[in-house]
Design a protein around this ligand. Structure first.
Ligand code: SF4
Ligand SMILES: [Zn+2]
Length: 363
């Protein structure tokens, strides 16, 4: 069966099984220390109540590793509802007090898809949310996520008409600079050219004086890549992003989301999330070779469905990575399990076929 077909089938089965959510169940938020463009500060993370990613809801079935759609309503949400819930999440956190004590504050708005796609976040809701943020003296940086096809000059102008000179970052899930891996293994549905066009639009707006930045998400260990290949691709992708003019990077080591193709392979013992050592290797290389800031996500580290080393070092390394995300330093740490990782990196793809895999014997 074609990877894409199987992906769609698994998506359909999982969305049929999962009960649809009401907007109140979707919207949530948290508040953390974070690295801002202006240095160390605090970030508010708010998940908007949306119908979910159009790419995942459409005939493609979405990306092979992502189940965010299962946490969305999968039905249009009124703009007024999205804004009402956004406001109530905003009020839950002590960012105003922290600002008074001289902390810098950023907000990261997650639409579980594309903030700039009016189908997912109606323009009315987008404008109202940006208006609320433009009136907040505390929040200086606004970060949103979008697929590259929604990054358009007129849309960005509409955004800046509201937010004026606040910093606005658009984060895009490039995942890898390898078109084959992105299109086939991840089923991302856009090419490197599409990503480059979006980065060029952002750079052009920056040259015109808009306070705009771009960020790329890079996925560590897509399906059907060995540990070694996934490390190499992640590092290559970081270098490519810097060369293309991306302002910062966020690495996302694979975790096993329910109801996805990645989960199916994992259950068949045909896939494992990366070692935490692989994440460390990527960070240390990138910090040596790149000047743009790079963050490493530590979600599900040390858990059954996440990146894993050994019981002795999982937690230590997770905390070290969080610490070095803020300091942008390298990681210096040793544990006995590192030898197992080295063995896997050196010989894990020893018998690897060079034939491109389009079909999976999983049906
Ligand atoms: S990774 Fe992004 S584009 Fe892909 S299905 Fe998930 S939300 Fe949509
Ligand atoms: Zn260990």
């Amino acid at each position: 069966m074609e990877i894409q077909e199987l992906n769609k089938q698994i998506r359909n089965e999982s969305t049929e099984k999962i009960k649809s959510k009401v907007p109140e169940q979707v919207s949530t938020s948290w508040y953390n220390e974070d690295l801002l463009y202006s240095g160390k500060g605090k970030s508010l993370f708010i998940i908007l109540a949306t119908e979910g990613c159009s790419w995942a809801l459409g005939p493609s079935g979405g990306c092979t590793m992502c189940s965010y759609i299962n946490d969305c309503t999968q039905e249009p949400v009124e703009a007024s509802k999205i804004v009402e819930l956004f406001k109530s999440e905003l009020e839950k956190h002590p960012y105003k007090e922290d600002f008074k004590s001289k902390d810098k504050i950023a907000i990261k708005i997650f639409a579980s898809g594309s903030f700039l796609n009016p189908k997912e976040v109606p323009k009315e809701a987008r404008d109202e949310i940006l208006k609320i943020l433009s009136e907040s003296e505390e929040i200086s940086e606004i970060v949103v996520e979008s697929r590259p096809e929604y990054v358009k000059e007129d849309v960005i102008k509409e955004v800046f008409n509201i937010i004026d000179d606040k910093l606005f970052e658009i984060s895009m899930g490039l995942e890898t600079s390898n078109d084959k891996t992105r299109l086939y293994n991840i089923n991302k549905g856009f090419t490197l050219k599409d990503f480059e066009n979006a980065v060029q639009i952002i750079k052009k707006m920056k040259d015109k004086g808009f306070n705009i930045k771009s960020k790329a998400y890079i996925f560590l260990k897509p399906i059907l890549l060995s540990e070694r290949e996934s490390i190499e691709e992640a590092i290559e992708t970081g270098k490519y992003c810097q060369k293309t003019g991306v302002d910062r990077l966020s690495y996302c080591p694979a975790t096993i989301h329910g109801g996805t193709l990645i989960e199916r392979l994992w259950r068949e013992n045909a896939y494992n999330p990366p070692w935490i050592w692989s994440a460390v290797e990527v960070i240390n290389c990138i910090r040596d070779e790149l000047i743009i800031p790079s963050l490493m996500d530590t979600s599900a580290f040390g858990s059954r469905r996440g990146p894993y080393n050994c019981k002795k070092c999982n937690k230590d390394l997770k905390h070290l990575i969080i610490k070095t995300n803020l300091s942008q330093e390298k990681i210096n740490y040793e544990c006995q399990c590192k030898n197992e990782w080295i063995a896997e990196v050196k010989s894990g793809d020893f018998n690897y076929s060079k034939t491109k895999i389009n079909h999976l014997p999983l049906y």
